[in-house]
Write a protein that binds this ligand. Sequence first.
Ligand code: SF4
Length: 488
Amino acid sequence: MNLSKSRYTLGIRCKKLLWLSCFKKAEAEDLGNESVLENGNKVGDLARGLFGNYTLINYDDNYKNMIDETKKELLNKPNIICEASFSYDGNFCSVDILKNDLDGVEIYEVKSSTELKDIYKDDVAYQTWVLKKLGYNVKKSFVVYVNRNYVKNGELDISKYFIKEDVTDKIDLDKVENEIKSLKKIINSKDEPNIDLSLGCHKPYDCPFFKYCTKNLKEPNIFNIGWNVQIKKKLEMYYKGIITYKDILDAGGLNEKANEQMRFELYDLPPKINKEKIEKFLSQISYPLYFLDFESYQESIPTIDGTKPYQQLCFQYSLHYYLKEDGELHHKEYLSDDYNGNPMYGLCKQLCDDIPMNSCVLVYNKKFEISRLKEMASLFPEFREHLLNIADNIVDLLVPFQNQDYYVKEMAGSASIKKVLPALFPNDPSLDYHNLEQVHKGDEASNAYLSLKNLPKEEELKLRDNMLKYCGLDTYAMVKIYKKIKKL
Ligand code: SF4
């Protein structure tokens, strides 16, 4: 079996990951990276124009055709070749952008990320090694990635959108050669490498084989603990053989919240409710009372003036509200139909009509809603004062659960609404996201919004209806949770 740049980088992350990807692919979990891939493709296509005109080597299952095509194009120097393909001794690579100058070449590896990760340098180092072995004068090697501070203003300025980082001096070709030798042995062996868990299981990315690699550990174990216990700490205990909840508690435990999670699950403890703390939390709440939830999507390449790459762009909200305590529950909602424009203008306009100034607004996990309100306030000066006023009056319903003032064992170390809701209302089908159609979680709502403009009218209306139901359930769930803790 031969190496490619993606196999090489998998092997750098973990040799077992490389082997499993080659021989036990079916064991990989789907970590939902579809939108990451899609963004990667869009950014990669855009980057091809970085140096003006270019020639693209089209993908071919038969790599030899790509290599032959590249050889022909290399003769036309100076030129720019995208997906220029090479192979040396069974090591294949396609260079995202090859600057083919009269006196040598420059390699540009394009990433859709907004930070320069070490693994990208390994990627470009492998390509540099292949080309140097083939006798090319590689003058410089670069990683190209997205400038997170770029703000679109008029025509997209590709030279400012991308950052080109020269990593030539960081490349150690002897190291690459040794790695290639050892990775070739791995992929040409029938034996699964015997490699233990490490920090690399979660960094720079979560490994899709984590479940497979921990399948022999008795559940629940150290890796099922929530409450922000760092993976480094978990691994320390795992290496010492402190793995089950009982082992961990006997060894002195972790932080208090984690210990509580373990005790609740081990000893099947009844719900813990700190009425005094909950009362204090509820004392901040006043009427009229609004329950707000936004849905948003991200664009790797911003199309809206004033926004940055990957900024969260709100297109929908749901708003349940009581005008007075013990009054009737009302509902309002917004879902943009401005599919090709800026969905946030109409949203802000209606939001300011729907929530009067100085009203108490309950959200779940306020960081998200407050950040969105502030971003939209800076985009639309006419709504600025009102949006900031809404942000100032937000109360976070997450707090009593995050502080474990209300804790039941089914929350399993998490205060996220997706855990809290079924834990508090285990047998209520009206609160079960599984019973919804088409849209059941945030990323599905984002993808649904982005797909609306291309759907036939009937399908568009059906999907919009299901999007409204999903977002409506988010705020209805907050109402139910609020009422439950209020009853206490
Ligand atoms: S879970 Fe960890 S040990 Fe297992 S393949 Fe992935 S990175 Fe390697």
